[in-house]
Write a protein that binds this ligand. Structure first.
Ligand code: NAD
Length: 371
């Protein structure tokens, strides 16, 4: 079985879908690896690091023979066109957008496994790339805030006086939010956090954060949050605004699967914030949790800096690639048995993760959208 790993083509993407430390295990799986020249360089793994193992440094043209392609970013339509008809593709697929790409996957009968669709069940935790990458994003968001902030995060008692710790508010306490809380605590900030799911109160408190109770609870299907009603939104915004107004840094991570990011901080609330305060909006790429956010830009709104970074995980590409590649490897082990490709559709992880197979869209919501 030939497994190919290309250099990612999306501008700014520094991650790679395979890291050298996984070679031994890949070999044991019985696969032959094809690696595009320079694929890992941006992540700190130069071609030599991949040497000594069976990997061939291949050009992307050589990938026509690959049975399985491992990617980070969704492929471009052109990239799908270069895949072998009927081959397997694994990576983020952005199933909620990119309709022409999905149609091309169907046309070329590609079996695509979308990391966004991996079920959130215990058995699939080791494959859960949304989680592995979200925890990196949560960590980095706090460092970005600390970097932009004109204030120290920790309390300092010095001969030159005592510095009060920064106040950090984290909105959305999923995987990214919880890591943001932990990171801000490690930097010595006083942390408050909020989420609409009831289970999060205990999780926030176990990390040393104070839970903000807005009285709004919105537990939805499968342990995710549901969208709020207009009334709930107003109530949430009212309570949160008082906490946000006092914050030195706000990290927002709120998301609803397959929906645009909920708008949680309006312009009026940003205008109540202190000069020098910072908002890091991790939901920028899906529309942002803050009304002022412009994806990829540091917006200065009356002295408050609102920054919605794009692909924040790529900045930590070395560890992000290590974790992501491990997620992919674990998914591979589900379809390669004794050196043979076996697609067992009885397996829920494979069934749920599959976006397209044999000329059909397998993911229900995507099929409904495109048909
Ligand atoms: P996510 O990235 O989809 O969303 C981030 C957070 O935003 C969520 O916690 C969500 O509740 C919150 N949110 C949505 N609307 C909001 C609003 N209006 N105000 C405030 N917060 C809002 O979430 P995630 O980090 O991917 O995880 C979400 C769920 O998945 C959790 O239940 C988590 O425990 C579960 N999970 C399970 C597994 C597993 O069992 N393998 C792995 C990871 C996550």
């Amino acid at each position: 079985i030939k497994v190919a790993v290309p250099k990612e083509s999306q501008p700014g993407e520094r991650r790679v879908a395979l890291v050298p430390s996984l070679f031994k295990q890949m070999e044991k799986l019985g696969v032959e690896l094809l690696l595009e020249k320079g694929a890992g360089v941006e992540s700190g793994f130069d071609d030599d690091a991949y040497e000594g193992v069976k990997a061939v440094t291949a050009s992307s043209k050589a990938f026509k023979s690959a049975d399985i392609m491992l990617k980070v970013q969704p492929p471009t339509v052109e990239e799908v066109g270069k895949l072998k008809q009927g081959s397997i593709l694994m990576g983020f697929m952005a199933p909620h957008e990119g309709d022409t790409r999905i149609k091309e996957l169907v046309k070329r009968k590609i079996t695509s496994f979308s990391m966004e669709l991996v079920p959130r069940i215990t058995r699939a935790q080791a494959i859960d790339a949304l989680s592995s990458q979200a925890s990196i994003a949560g960590y980095k968001s706090v460092l970005l805030a600390a970097n932009i902030s004109p204030r120290l995060f920790p309390m300092l008692t010095t001969a030159a006086g005592t510095i009060k710790p920064s106040r950090v508010v984290v909105v959305g306490a999923g995987v990214a939010g919880l890591q943001a809380i932990a990171t801000a605590k490690r930097l010595g900030a006083v942390v408050e956090a909020y989420d609409v799911r009831s289970a999060t109160k205990e999780q926030v408190e176990s990390l040393g954060g104070k839970f903000i109770d807005t009285g709004v609870k919105a537990d939805g299907e499968g342990g995710y949050a549901r969208e709020l009603t207009k009334e709930e939104q107003a109530q949430q915004a009212k309570v949160l605004a008082d906490h946000i107004a006092k914050a030195d840094a706000v990290i927002t991570t709120a998301a609803i699967p397959g929906r645009p990011a909920p708008k949680i901080i309006d312009t009026a609330t940003v205008e109540r914030m202190k000069r020098g305060a910072v908002v890091i909006d991790l939901a920028a790429e899906t529309g942002g949790n803050c009304e002022v956010t412009q994806a990829g830009k540091e917006v200065d709104h009356n002295g408050v800096i609102v920054y919605g970074p794009k692909n924040v995980v790529s900045a930590l590409c070395q560890h992000a690639s290590e974790m992501y590649a491990r997620n992919l490897y674990n998914l591979l082990t589900l379809i390669i048995k004794d050196g043979e490709l076996v697609l067992d559709w009885e397996d829920q992880v494979l069934r749920d993760s599959c976006l397209t197979h044999d000329g059909e869209i397998k993911h229900g919501a995507t099929r409904e959208r495109l048909e």
